[in-house]
Design a protein around this ligand. Structure first.
Ligand SMILES: [Zn+2]
Length: 206
């Protein structure tokens, strides 16, 4: 089945339409594949782990993934045709890193993209709970998410001085905790074949 030049060949669009798209014509660009780990859980919830159709097909040919579900959409080359993968699963389990990187995105994700003082979801910034002027460091355990107005209000004061306590004490999250928080942020577009893999345990709880 594997053809050495398959990836270099020029693909042509098929005429199939996507079942979940109400018969609307979709370009291959609109057909990303959800990437699952070898245990069939998403590699990442937020941002959702998606590959372009080209990457998904390439990985399938290289036998790095199993195709779990497909779009109706088909692509053809002179020697081959296949339906675009909508869900792929890695053959080799990727262990999530135990210590997520201390990044702007991960910090907001830990705090569920909400101000830890008032709950606002807009104008998010960082706040040093113990101000830098007091020796507070830029670490997981001293930085929290604050909206700009709260940040301004707290200024260079400690929580005690400002009478402003963050809802949760800043902590170093695990990858699992970030994944769990990420599940609260479903993307705008969810293909029908993705749902089983994104929310299966939620549905079992219901
Ligand atoms: Zn606020």
């Amino acid at each position: 089945m594997y053809h050495g030049n398959i990836l270099q060949e020029r693909w042509r669009s098929g005429s199939g339409n996507d079942g979940a798209g109400g018969g609307r014509w979709q370009s291959p660009q609109g057909c990303p594949a959800l990437v699952l780990n070898a245990d069939y859980t998403p590699l990442s919830y937020y941002p959702l782990s998606l590959w372009s159709w080209q990457d998904a097909i390439k990985a399938a040919f290289l036998e790095r993934v199993d195709v779990v579900a497909q779009y109706d959409r088909e692509i053809r080359s002179p020697s081959f045709s296949m339906r675009l993968p909508s869900v792929v699963a890695l053959r080799q389990y990727v262990k999530p890193s135990q210590n997520p990187a201390f990044t702007r995105f991960n910090l907001f994700l830990r705090d569920r993209f909400s101000c830890q003082y008032c709950g606002a979801k807009e104008e998010l910034t960082f706040d040093h709970v113990v101000p830098r002027a007091y020796g507070g460091r830029t670490t997981w355990t001293n930085v929290t998410t604050a909206c700009a107005p709260c940040n301004l209000r707290k200024g260079g004061r400690t929580p005690a001085e400002a009478h402003m306590l963050p809802h949760q004490r800043p902590f170093r999250p695990t990858s699992h905790q970030l994944q769990e928080n990420g599940r609260a942020f479903p993307p705008h577009h969810l293909h029908a074949t993705w749902r089983d893999y994104l929310y299966w345990d939620t549905e079992l709880e219901a």
